[in-house]
Design a protein around this ligand. Structure first.
Ligand code: ATP
Ligand code: MG
Length: 388
């Protein structure tokens, strides 16, 4: 089968393809870029595979005058820096020994062996420079049916690398089909081996979960992950129950993993997912506001238009209701409203700690008036409250 080469073909790679071919080696696109080109999805990073060993690749790079980074050389991967882009080229390899995460590998294997050590059939697709697909394991048929199937025996493949449990759910979230369901053999293998996720680093777990949550509709995959016990292992306290409703309420908003995470929650996101400080702050604020604040305008005032709408949607999903027809416009107005007084307006009557309290009172009164009270009326009310 020939695929739409435009979607995958990188013209800046042309001299590299020619050099590999002149040296007598195959160079093929592999994995996500082939999968996504066939599906017509946006392109991911471009990975390539070759029957050249890393040493032979180095020689080709030298002749081409291309800079290489030996990041994964022990595993057969060299990064070729071409036209300011990084392309990972990996030797066809087979795994000799695995320990649940890392593998000891053998280079110079056949494409068949290289395909067999990959995770899922739809990720074992290759394409040559012309876009002709090479499908050693029947991945194309699975891709067309939106099936995510482990290559070989699911349990054995998971025991080689427990991260594959999370990749299984992630790829199903992105490329699966809720109607035809998740692969039962894969699901039961993930359920029975989920304790093995213990040896996977929290960074990898966090990165996988965020990629899953960024899928257009991650709700069926999260539900399957919850039902299989995997979600509780990676993120105790998380609950995906109302995620489908949130996705529904999002309408045509861009998928946002953190919006979904604010709904799903879970204990100690910093440790369990190694979330960075900015993301952590945003998710906590979204979740707290969604859980505690029932006044639409406060979402807008405290979080701004975009995040205010996000926390309002999350709140609606929690409460299993839909926002009102005018909510979006009201929130947008609240987001740009200015609290009409500042500390200097109250100095005549209050000072120090009392001044701070008076300002807080004022903000509460102003928000309760739907942001309608004007400066003088507001100052009078603050003064009355304080005297009482
Ligand atoms: P994306 O880049 O969109 O996340 P991808 O399929 O390209 O998806 P990568 O993590 O970039 O995923 O890996 C590239 C390819 O390497 C995969 O398509 C798969 O064939 C193989 N691969 C990656 N990780 C594993 C793994 N843990 N076990 C087996 N094969 C893997
Ligand atoms: Mg990739």
């Amino acid at each position: 089968m020939k695929i739409e080469t435009k979607a995958i073909n990188q013209s800046e790679l042309a001299p590299t393809f020619t050099a590999f071919s002149l040296a007598g080696f195959q160079l093929l696109y592999v994995g996500g870029c082939v999968r996504n080109a066939i599906l017509g999805y946006g392109q991911t990073d471009v990975d390539l595979a070759t029957d050249a060993t890393p040493a032979q690749m180095r020689e080709i790079a030298k002749a081409l005058n291309v800079r290489i980074i030996p990041t994964g050389e022990a595993f057969g991967t060299l990064t070729f820096q071409i036209a300011a882009q990084d392309f990972e080229i990996t030797s066809f390899r087979s795994d000799v020994r695995t320990d649940g995460r890392r593998a000891e590998v053998l280079f110079g294997s056949s494409i068949q062996e290289d395909a067999a050590r990959r995770d899922f059939t739809l990720n074992a697709l290759y394409a040559d420079v012309n876009g002709t697909v090479i499908d050693p394991l029947g991945g194309l048929a699975d891709l067309r049916e939106y099936r995510i199937r482990f290559i070989g025996n699911a349990e054995e493949r998971i025991k080689e690398d427990y991260l594959r449990i999370l990749r299984f759910f992630r790829f199903w979230a992105w490329y699966g089909n809720a109607q035809s369901g998740i692969d039962p053999e894969g699901l039961s293998a993930c359920a029975s081996l989920c304790l093995g996720l213990d040896i996977v680093s929290k960074e990898r777990i966090g990165a996988e979960l965020l990629k899953l949550l960024a899928a257009p509709d991650p709700a069926p995959a999260m539900a399957a992950m919850e039902a299989s016990g995997v979600l509780q292992i990676i993120l105790p306290g998380a609950c995906a129950r109302n995620l489908a409703l949130l996705v529904d309420l999002e309408g045509d908003l861009k998928p946002d993993a953190f919006r979904r995470l604010a709904l799903v929650g879970g204990e100690n996101l910093k440790t369990n997912l190694r979330l960075g400080n900015t993301a952590l702050k945003r998710v906590s604020k979204l979740r707290k506001t969604a859980q505690e604040c029932d006044r639409l305008i406060e979402h807008g005032y405290h979080l701004g238009e975009e995040d205010g709408w996000t926390s309002w949607l999350v709140r609606n999903a929690f409460l299993e209701r839909s926002p009102g027809a005018c909510d979006r416009a009201t929130l947008a107005r609240a987001a740009v409203s200015q609290f009409p007084i500042q500390a200097s307006d109250l100095l005549e009557w209050f000072s120090n700690k009392v001044l701070g309290e008076a300002l807080e009172d004022g903000l509460r009164i102003w928000l309760a008036s739907d942001m309608k009270l004007e400066k003088d009326a507001l100052i009078s009310q603050i003064r009355e409250n304080k005297i009482l």
